[in-house]
Design a protein around this ligand. Structure first.
Ligand code: DGY
Length: 323
């Protein structure tokens, strides 16, 4: 029997590789920082039976058509907006993701951004690092407090719920949310109130995005939306960069339509170095580190490996997204 091969698009924690190798699979990991082009990915998968795709490397129609021999694709991410699921399904290729295991870590980053922006912490820290801090001041670059304020959540799913719990526990924030479908169980557990999108914009002191990217949510936070928010509001996005319109966000911050913004995701990634957002004291941009902890990345690698093992054994992947 020939050994089955797994191609992994970026290095992952050893535990994930170990699980695959212990099961007798040959694992080839793409080395280095470079992002694979579609042609390189097709070439790399010619000899592979299974694919472990790390991050947001696009899984396109043409890649899938050229790689229809694949027995399964495991994503090491919860999001799957970068995958042409329709084509994968039509070709009979199961695709899995990594839900739940990254919810706490990602909500931590949303919370970190909310707090850091509210106190302009990153900007102030940069002043110190750049040797520009002029000494203790009493009225310069003051922050705002979060206690008892209203946290609005777009997408009260697994990560949104974790963010709401943290905000409630730490600052007794009131929780309002908007979803396509109401989550009455979470409403009860968090004492959260369901509101329309318009109400979410108008009432949130902090508006945190936890929804997926789709045709419906692309550029949902644009000029019109920012104009309906409080001038004291903080916008936080740890979901996908294309959910907000970057130039409109920069205008809204410059014109004082909203107070601050914390972004873990941008469009494009990396953000261009000349973005006006990077010069603003009330903005913090992080390099998509929501799930970047040792514990979470290990759990994601393990979950992805287990999904591939299931596909290899002709069983349903436990976290399949195109069943
Ligand atoms: C996810 O899991 O979708 C994160 O954004 C990291 O890719």
């Amino acid at each position: 029997m020939t050994t089955k091969k797994v191609f992994v698009t970026k290095d992952i924690p050893a535990k994930g590789i170990q699980l695959l190798e212990e099961a007798g699979l040959e694992v080839v990991v793409h080395q280095g920082d470079s992002t694979l082009t579609e042609a390189e990915l097709i070439e790399a998968c010619k000899e592979a039976d299974l694919l472990l795709n790390v991050g947001q490397l696009p899984i396109t129609k043409s890649f899938l058509e050229a790689s229809s021999h694949l027995q399964g694709i495991a994503l090491a991410s919860v999001g799957f907006d970068h995958v042409d699921l329709e084509t994968a399904t039509s070709l009979g290729i199961p695709v899995s993701n990594t839900p739940d295991v990254l919810s706490g870590a990602t909500a931590d980053v949303a919370f970190l951004l909310m707090l850091a922006v509210s106190r302009k912490a990153f900007f102030r820290s940069k002043e110190v690092m750049d040797g520009k801090w002029k000494g203790f001041g009493f009225t310069e670059e003051l922050g705002i407090e979060l206690n008892g304020k209203t946290l609005g959540i777009l997408g009260l799913g697994r990560i949104g719920i974790e963010m709401a719990k943290k905000a409630k526990g730490a600052y007794n924030m009131d929780i309002i949310y908007h979803n396509r479908n109401r989550n009455t169980e979470a409403e009860e557990a968090l004492d959260a109130k369901y509101v329309s999108f318009e109400e979410l914009l108008a009432q949130s002191d902090v508006l945190s995005v936890h929804t997926n990217l789709s045709d419906e949510t692309r550029h949902k936070f644009n000029k019109d939306a920012f104009a309906k928010m409080k001038s004291s509001a903080i916008f936080v996005n740890t979901a996908r960069g294309a959910i907000h319109h970057e130039a409109d966000l920069a205008d809204a911050l410059r014109d004082g339509q909203i107070w601050g913004a914390g972004l873990d995701v941008t469009d494009p990634e990396p953000m261009t170095a000349d973005s006006p957002l990077l010069q603003m004291s009330n903005v913090c941009v992080l390099p998509h580190i929501g799930s970047a902890t040792i514990e979470t990345r290990t759990a994601m690698a393990e979950m992805a490996a287990k999904n591939l093992l299931a596909a290899w054994n002709n069983k349903q992947m436990p976290q399949i997204v195109n069943a």
